[in-house]
Design a protein around this ligand. Structure first.
Ligand code: SF4
Length: 126
């Protein structure tokens, strides 16, 4: 049976793809909310993509690396892996049943649903 994660917020780094679609921006909002709730810490995906050494070193010490992608292109996950880091927890928002489009009036219901899904993933022991 899975035990609950006992990591501190700063030991859990959260990378949304922050892409140019409703789903990419839902990913961003979810990461902000997880940070505001003290569950994890929003981190700069662009810094990892740029291979900034200090940022990669910071992430290496994290216990959980969460990637939230807007769609199955998996840009956040691939960016993290390209830097030699391993994603421990992953969400693809389109796989959660939310269709990708260019409507940036984001659904609060969709955001809350993905926040809930992220919490469920983080409740699992890795
Ligand atoms: S994962 Fe999808 S939504 Fe996110 S940046 Fe890539 S293509 Fe855009």
């Amino acid at each position: 049976m899975a035990k609950e994660c006992l990591c501190q917020a700063d030991e859990i780094v959260v990378f949304p793809c922050s892409g140019g679609s409703n789903c990419g921006q839902i990913a961003n909002d979810v990461a902000v909310r997880l940070t505001e709730e003290g569950i994890g810490t929003l981190f700069c995906l662009a810094g990892i993509g740029a291979h900034i050494p200090g940022m990669i070193e910071s992430v290496k010490s994290a216990k959980r690396i969460v990637a939230i992608d807007g769609c199955s292109a998996a840009c956040a996950k691939k960016t993290i892996e390209h830097a030699g880091l391993n994603v421990t927890d992953y969400i693809d928002i389109t796989q959660e049943g939310i269709a990708k489009n260019k409507d940036f009036k984001l659904s609060q219901q969709d955001i809350l649903f993905i926040v809930k899904r992220a919490k469920q993933e983080l409740a699992k022991e890795r």
